[in-house]
Design a protein. Structure first.
Length: 245
């Protein structure tokens, strides 16, 4: 891995202009947002990270999070740990490879990043990334490519995991504790949108992020229940859950 490289303000601005040209030509139409170069006359952290990762494009190199942090600290000395490499990738739509994330392009060590392409968006990036809070069911399905947000099966086609079943997308709660209305709906196939889904809270990509029904803990192994107990015992400092506040 190459050593840390300092960049002048002129080099940063010149590199940003190059990134902007690629963005306007290839990525803007996919909903990928270009970070602002400056805010209040200071280079933004997102722009600094993009500029550093794009050096010598298309022959970019792997860069450690430590190296990125060192570079950003030249402009933001109090920055504890740079997270922009990850956010600009899967969330922002820029095709940035993150080490240790099972990427399909290149095997990188954990804690490293590499800009892969300025002409294509990150493979799993959805246009605009954030799903709009639409009450139009057909429009919402279209934002997911007419596929189940959880398993990826396509509406009207054979199910990916149940070959004898035709996929039918249904309106499913992201959070079953809230009403089924715009902003709390993801499309799920009839298999993923089954009864036990009420145990989970999903994000807009159909991934389980939280428990909705705490009783699911009872179905876990004794070892898992003990770990959960230790976590909660520490958080609540051993207080009796039935004690008055």
């Amino acid at each position: 891995m190459s050593k840390y490289k300092r960049l002048t303000n002129e080099e940063i601005e010149k590199t940003y202009k190059m990134i902007k040209k690629f963005h306007n030509k290839f990525l803007k139409k996919h909903g990928v947002k270009l970070p602002k170069l400056k805010q209040k006359n200071k280079f933004t952290k997102d722009a600094l990270v993009m500029v550093y990762l794009v050096q010598d494009y298309p022959n970019t190199r792997r860069v450690s999070k430590t190296e990125l942090t060192q570079f950003v600290r030249e402009y933001y000395p109090d920055t504890p740990d740079v997270q922009q490499g990850r956010h600009l990738g899967a969330q922002g739509g820029w095709w940035i490879i993150a080490g240790g994330r099972d990427n399909i392009v290149e095997d990188l060590p954990r804690g490293t990043y590499k800009l892969h392409d300025l002409e294509k968006p990150y493979p799993s990036f959805k246009r605009g990334h954030r799903i709009t809070q639409t009450g139009n069911w057909e429009k919402l399905k279209a934002q997911y490519g007419s596929r189940c947000a959880t398993c990826g099966s396509e509406d009207g086609q054979l199910h990916l995991h149940w070959p004898a079943t035709k996929t039918k997308l249904q309106k499913a709660h992201m959070n079953p504790c809230k009403p089924l209305r715009a902003g709390n709906i993801i499309p799920q196939c009839q298999k993923c949108n089954r009864g036990d889904r009420n145990r989970w809270i999903y994000d807009e990509k159909g991934r389980v992020i939280k428990l909705s029904d705490p009783s699911v803990i009872k179905n876990c192994s004794k070892e898992v229940r003990q770990k959960v107990y230790r976590i909660l015992h520490k958080e609540f400092k051993g207080k009796n859950p039935h004690a008055k506040k």
